[in-house]
Design a binder for this molecule. Structure first.
Ligand code: ADP
Ligand code: MG
Length: 245
């Protein structure tokens, strides 16, 4: 078995006695693209919230490489190499695509004040490389506010890629996208899962089939099933609680 980048053991969070995630074990390998599916309210977003430090678990451990993430705060987790995309894209609408990518370059703030920042060759090269990956090479000087919803979703993924995360967590990245944009997003995600691991929450099973190495099914905060797409889709418990509806 390949080395694990993420080891979640016994993870539990209780909101006023209601366990949104309940005793979950979840292991992701290096260079793996994992999809997490399950009905609304299954605890998928809450799982990502606990990995990235937004929500503190009631019990359990989250190990990323040799770091215990439950003992760290959000910005330390980001800096350690975990990137998180939330359900709604949050880009700076008044800035161009290039500017949105530039401000996501982690070196900038530590070296210069933003007022005096002039992009050096390394940043420019990185911005162009990432813009190509996210299909926005021709839109570098377009204001983000003018992009389509799908293009904003790509830009936000690009802003995360500027930081070269080793683990990328994406919450419903193709929501609101056209069929063509979904195919392109699958291509994008398949391309970036080299030297990094990606966890994707998604409902669109056709999309999941295009990208998933393995699928985890959550239900009521617990693991319902896990395995290949074919195994999971044929699992009577998964059909009963999720796919059948
Ligand atoms: P999913 O992403 O699978 O649709 P969520 O993780 O968003 O599900 O939510 C799981 C359950 O936990 C839901 O019933 C939701 O209402 C509840 N929940 C999530 N966050 C909180 C919170 N901060 N306080 C109370 N309940 C919450
Ligand atoms: Mg959710």
């Amino acid at each position: 078995m390949a080395a694990l980048i993420l080891q979640v053991d016994g993870l539990t969070v209780s909101f006023d006695g209601f366990k949104a995630v309940d005793g979950l074990n979840f292991y992701v390998e290096q260079d793996e693209l994992r999809c997490v599916i399950g009905p609304n309210g299954a605890g998928k977003t809450t799982l990502l919230d606990m990995i990235c430090g937004k929500t503190k678990p009631t019990a359990g451990t989250v190990k990323f490489k040799n770091l215990e993430l439950t003992e760290m705060i959000e910005f330390q987790i980001t800096r350690a190499g975990v990137g998180r995309k939330f359900q709604n894209p949050s880009v700076y609408e008044d800035l161009t695509v290039a500017e949105n990518l530039e401000i996501s370059w982690p070196k900038k703030r530590s070296v210069f004040g933003s007022l005096f920042f002039r992009p050096d060759a390394a940043v420019v090269g990185k911005v162009q490389g990432v813009a190509s990956q996210i299909f926005l090479r021709e839109q570098l000087s377009t204001k983000a506010g003018l992009l389509s919803h799908g293009q904003k979703q790509w830009l936000e993924i690009g802003m995360l890629l500027m930081q070269d995360p080793e683990l990328l967590l994406l919450d419903e990245p193709v929501a609101g996208m056209s069929a063509r944009e979904r195919e392109q997003t699958a291509e994008l995600l398949n391309g970036i899962t080299k030297g990094r691991s990606v966890v994707v929450i998604e409902h669109d099973m056709a999309f999941v089939r295009m990208i998933a190495h393995k699928v985890t099914v959550l239900h009521q905060g617990k693991l319902l099933a896990e395995g290949s797409m074919d195994d999971v889709q044929a699992d009577p418990r998964v059909i009963e609680t999720y796919l059948g509806h």
